[in-house]
Design a protein around this ligand. Sequence first.
Ligand code: CO
Length: 509
Amino acid sequence: MVGITETVLRDGHQSLIATRMRTRDMLPAAERLDAIGYRSLEVWGGATFDVCLRFLREDPWERLRLLKRAMPRTPLQMLLRGQNLVGYRHYADDLVRKFVAESARQGIDIFRVFDALNDPRNMEVALAAVKKSGARAQATICYTQSPVHTLEAFVQLGHRLAEMGADELCVKDMAGFLPPAEGASLVRALRTEVGLPVVVHTHSASGMSTLTCLAVAEAGATAVDAALSPFAGGASQPPTETLVGAMRGTSLDPKLPLDALGDLAAYFGTVMDRYRPLLNLRSLQTDPGILTHQIPGGMLSNLLSQLAEQDAFDRLAEVLVEVPRVRADLGYPPLVTPTSQIVGIQAVINVLTGARYRQVTQEVRDYVRGLYGTPPAPIDPELYRTVTASSPAITGRPADLLAPEMTKAIAEVRALVPAADEAEALSYALFPAVYRSYRSAVDRGLTVDVLTAAALGVVGALRTAPAPPAGPASSMEGLGRMSPWAHEGRARLHSQRRWVDATARRTRR
Ligand code: CO
């Protein structure tokens, strides 16, 4: 039997509609999702945290609490970018520990921890914090292809992650080009040599993922990731119902009820209809191009827009040749955020300036100096010499250079919101500017619901006869300087905090 991790509430909508699904569109399905019998539900992490605050004006912690309350039975899972947490830079260790502890307390049961360079030192603090919290530590191997990414190297990394306390391993095929046979040998090798359960995460971009999921399941994978069909395919995961149907009656049967999945798919179909304007048709199409040029879809579209900006569209062929050369010079990093941007921009510069590395971006300099971690293979000696001549490389773990951040963050957020708790301090510490604008928008009542209601109100008013006389003034004086929106938000938060505290000692599955 193979387990299914459902991604519709995280990677599914992150891949197809830029992470814009709102909590209120998730909650009506929560009870049914919880009853399916999934191995886990991925609900948090990746871009959800940032997008909640920045665009949806939702509190990501509130989403987690609401989902946990609505889905108490199925383990909830999050994606954590190692020392980058859910952000885009390395954070200090005290912040990493606090973030993991608070996420576990508020409802995360499984942490999938990865690092873009597969550098274990960027995962070790997070993994130790997960173990301490009592949640399950799923340590991740980012899959890529290069002369140094051999089966032996992946197994060696697996051993290292096991030593660091991993409860299980994840093979993460973020670019969607893990071939079925290679996936099967990788899973088999990790199962027999490292001995931990292995789960496999794929994307459907090249069209191979459904085949790969079946092959790795046959090879002994404990679970695979899938998304309910309205949020599956293309840039997202393979469809849950298809995998369940394909394995039904075999020894791999995930034993999930197809009719109930169909019912959920119908619901998420209506959700997708609401977000249809955000769906770029290209992200749903199968693009096997990566099998030849090895450039992930998202990175290719970035390259195209950079070239378009420079009015240099005709240089695309040269850039496609230069990308793998830059990647080789940089020691074959897996191409995933942020390395895909670092490599892509430098490749475009190398082509447009006509001289390789005459101009070197700050990101490449930092990368060469070791500020992102240790690359899988040595960096080109000449590039290394040029960059480190002006600023020396570091040899230790990048986060060792960072001073503790939490105390400062708490002081700063309390100047903004006197009653801020640790979760809010963490939101602030991760994204200070975004949190400030989120806070002021929410305290003024400018949530999505309010803006929608206001728009509907205006439309209604325009349609009706002259406005009625003004009613009695509302009695807001008693609330001091706090707006009713802020007051309502605090009241809701306090009730949720009480619930989290009361259930904090629940047993984990
Ligand atoms: Co993914």
